[in-house]
Design a protein around this ligand. Structure first.
Ligand code: ADP
Ligand code: MG
Length: 205
C-alpha cells in the first residue's frame, strides 16, 4: 500500500482541506524545526503552521483564554489538546484553497494528539524528525532566549520542556516509524546541510 499523502480519503476531514500534503515536523525544543520550516516555505511554498506560534498569538491577543494558555506554557507543560487542535484546524481551513502542503510544526507533542489530528483532519504523509542532542538544544534555546522575548526560553522552563519532550514526544516518532513515514534529519549539522536532508525527504514524496 502506498503512502496516503492527502486527507482526501477521510470522511471526517474538514471539507476544504483537499489535496494538500500534510507533514508533521517533530523535534525537541530548539532542535531547529522553525528554522527548517522557514526554508521549506521559501523553496516549496508550503504553509507553515507552528502550534507554538499559534498559541503565542492567542496569548498576545490578551484574551482570557490567552491568559490561561500563558500560565501553562510558562510552566513548560502541554496545553489542552482540543485547544491546539482547533487552532491548527482553523488555520488549515483558512489556507486550504491555496496551500500545496502543510508543515505542522511542534505537533503532535504526544501520541494522543496525533490520533486526534488524524480523526479530525487527516493523515500525514511524512514525519520530519529534526534530531539534535539535548546539550545542543539547551545551548540554542539559551542563545535564542537572549533575543526571542519568549518567556519559556529560560533555564528552568527549558529543562522541563526537554523532559516532557523525551517522555511524551519520542513515542510519537516510534509510532510513525512503524508506519514507515519518518525521515530523520541530523540537526547537529549546519542549517544548510540539514536543509539538504529535509529537501530530499520532501522531494521523495
Ligand atoms: P525550534 O523551532 O525547534 O524550537 P528553532 O528553529 O527556533 O527551533 O531554532 C532554535 C535556535 O537554534 C535558533 O536560534 C536557530 O537559529 C538555531 N538553530 C536552528 N538550527 C540550527 C542548526 N542546524 N545549527 C545551528 N543553529 C541552529
Ligand atoms: Mg519553533
Amino acid at each position: 500500500m502506498g503512502n496516503i499523502c492527502t486527507s482526501r480519503d477521510y470522511s471526517s476531514r474538514p471539507d476544504k482541506i483537499k489535496d494538500s500534503k500534510i507533514i508533521f515536523v517533530v523535534g525537541g525544543p530548539g532542535s531547529g524545526k522553525g528554522t527548517q520550516c522557514a526554508m521549506v516555505v521559501k523553496k516549496y511554498g508550503f504553509t507553515h503552521l507552528s502550534s507554538g506560534d499559534l498559541l503565542r498569538a492567542e496569548v498576545d491577543s490578551g484574551s482570557e483564554r490567552g491568559k490561561q494558555l500563558h500560565a501553562i506554557m510558562q510552566k513548560g507543560e502541554l496545553v489542552p489538546l482540543d485547544t491546539v487542535l482547533d487552532m491548527i484546524k482553523d488555520a488549515m481551513i483558512a489556507k486550504a484553497d491555496v496551500s500545496k502542503g502543510f508543515l505542522i510544526d511542534g505537533y503532535p507533542r504526544e501520541l494522543k494528539q496525533g490520533e486526534e489530528f488524524e480523526k479530525k483532519i487527516g493523515k500525514p504523509c511524512l514525519l520530519l524528525y529534526v534530531d539534535a542532542k539535548s546539550e545542543t538544544m539547551v545551548k540554542r534555546l539559551l542563545k535564542r532566549g537572549e533575543t526571542s522575548g519568549r518567556s519559556d526560553d529560560n533555564e528552568e522552563t527549558i529543562k522541563k520542556r526537554l523532559d516532557l519532550y523525551y517522555k511524551a514526544t519520542e513515542p510519537v516518532v516510534t509510532f510513525y516509524e512503524k508506519r514507515g513515514i519518518v525521515r530523520k534529519v541530523d540537526s547537529e549539522l549546519p542549517v544548510e546541510e540539514v536543509f539538504i536532508q529535509v529537501s530530499k525527504a520532501i522531494d521523495a514524496l
